[in-house]
Ligand binder design. Structure first.
Ligand SMILES: [Fe+2]
Ligand SMILES: [Fe+2]
Length: 168
């Protein structure tokens, strides 16, 4: 009789594969945490009438990105990982730091687009890495990926409008 190997991601013999996924999820977790920080700052800092829409939109996104961070944390735990403490945080979003002039909304819009593109790239990688390995993580990340695509699309629209206005 053939010996059946349990390929469930929860099985003891899948430890290595699980650890790889936990590593990818941990990076995603930090990306979300940093995005929350950046979006809080950029939902408050910008000046001017035209910045209001951007600020309101970012304010709404904060809750969504926080929810993503919590989902990544939960999944890390389910896969027998440990959600890291703040000591391990390392900032990467240099492009989302406050601009010199708080009226520079285009700087903010471009920064958000870069953050969302980065998330989409990493989450697409997780979707590929979990294919036929961990469908539950894959399913969760596909849902989050869709949210990020929505954010990207929205801010690409904002940028188009600003650039059209600049051209007159
Ligand atoms: Fe997110
Ligand atoms: Fe996002």
């Amino acid at each position: 009789m053939a010996v059946r190997t349990d390929t469930s991601i929860m099985a003891p013999e899948q430890r290595e594969q699980r650890e790889e996924i936990v590593e990818l999820l941990t990076k995603a977790y930090w990306m979300e945490i940093e995005t929350v920080m950046s979006y809080i700052a950029n939902s408050v800092n910008p000046d001017g009438v035209r910045a209001q829409e951007i600020k309101e939109s970012l304010e709404k996104d904060i809750q969504e990105e926080l929810g993503h961070a919590q989902q990544f944390a939960e999944r890390i735990k389910e896969l027998y990982g440990v959600v890291p403490g703040s000591d391990e945080f390392a900032a990467e979003q240099s492009y989302l730091q406050p601009p010199e002039d708080q009226i520079d909304v285009v700087h903010v819009i471009k920064g958000v687009i870069e953050a969302e593109r980065g998330a989409i790239e990493h989450y697409s990688h997780i979707v590929e890495a979990t294919e036929s390995v961990d469908m539950v993580t894959q399913d969760m990340v596909i849902d989050i990926l869709r949210d990020e695509q929505g954010h990207l699309r929205l801010f690409e629209g904002f940028l188009r409008e600003y650039e059209a206005e600049r051209r007159g």
